[in-house]
Design a binder for this molecule. Structure first.
Ligand code: SAM
Length: 285
């Protein structure tokens, strides 16, 4: 929808966009095309859209895919979308809070969404942790969240969100979007990120929970050394200072390492070493 059409629709609905619900509506059609293109949609796909709003992305996706399941929390926008797309068989519009909605029956699906900023991180985490993990997601989020998703070790943005997402997904930052592309304009830049499910799990299921606990502990006090924080954390596989030091040695990092210094591959190795240490090399006679 153009800026003029968007303003007219909001006026007709007497809808004062809600900041709490992240209601910034996309009015740049080129950006809408870029987002939908990044998802590489096929005619047989089901797409889950969180927060369809006035339908800027929905409209384009309905041209490409078998089914769009659109979950919108604001009842007035649901009414508007019903009027706008009511005759389209492929659209399943659901008036619900995506933070509580059960995605599993929709699977398998891709996700394309301009996420409401206030809940972008918990929504992303819910999708990543879902038993029906989507194979592809293209999400517009605050630029700062995008920076955390693609962050490299030893940077301020690198943390638990980076590792928990990259454990399952290859993440790319595709585009930066100026506030001018939305009505009303948000205070900050946005970014489009694409997430592709890794073809093979990076970690055996039994190690996932301890991995998350160690990472949480390691970044809970990110300036502290792992040998200091991991033994004090309440993880299900308790470790001693000696075990942490021995595991860090096997991972190939200094015993004084902090969580932010380890790459994802090193965190995975560290977890395996702490939970099920490899047997020591036999001593040479
Ligand atoms: N997709 C539209 C677009 O690109 O113009 C709107 C995007 S706007 C950034 C976010 C949308 O998410 C709004 O329509 C808002 O009402 C909706 N929303 C906010 N919180 C939600 C939630 N918890 N569950 C589902 N929808 C939500």
């Amino acid at each position: 929808m153009t800026p003029t059409e968007t303003r007219a629709a909001l006026e007709r609905l007497a809808l004062q966009p809600s900041k709490a619900m992240g209601q910034n509506f996309l009015v740049d059609r080129n950006i809408a095309y870029l987002i939908v293109d990044a998802a590489g949609l096929h005619s047989e796909d089901t797409v889950l859209e969180i927060g369809p709003g006035l339908g800027a992305l929905t409209e384009l996706m309905l041209e490409h895919v078998a089914r769009v399941v659109a979950v919108e929390k604001d009842g007035r926008l649901c009414e508007f979308l019903r009027e706008r797309f009511g005759q389209r068989q492929q659209l399943q519009l659901i008036h619900a809070d995506a933070l509580e909605f059960d995605f599993v029956p929709v699977a398998p699906f891709k996700v394309v969404a301009n996420l409401p900023y206030a809940v972008a991180t918990p929504l992303l985490q819910r999708l990543v942790d879902s038993p029906a993990r989507p194979r592809r997601m293209v999400l517009t989020v605050q630029r700062e969240v995008a920076d955390r998703l693609v962050a490299k070790p030893r940077t301020k943005d690198y943390g638990a969100l980076t590792l928990f997402t990259q454990l399952y997904y290859e993440v790319r930052r595709e585009h930066i979007i100026s506030p001018r592309c939305f009505i009303p304009p948000p205070a900050i830049d946005s970014a489009v990120v694409s997430l592709r499910l890794a073809p093979h799990p990076l970690l055996e299921p039994a190690f996932e929970a301890p991995f998350k606990e160690y990472v949480r502990a390691g970044f809970g006090q990110r300036r502290k050394m792992l040998r200091g924080v991991l033994p004090k954390s309440t993880t299900r596989v308790a470790v001693t200072v000696d075990q942490v030091e021995a595991a860090l040695k096997r991972v190939g990092v200094l015993p004084t390492a902090r969580g932010e210094e380890l790459s994802l591959a090193q965190w995975l190795l560290l977890t395996r070493e702490l939970v099920a240490p490899a047997p020591a090399e036999p001593k040479q006679p």
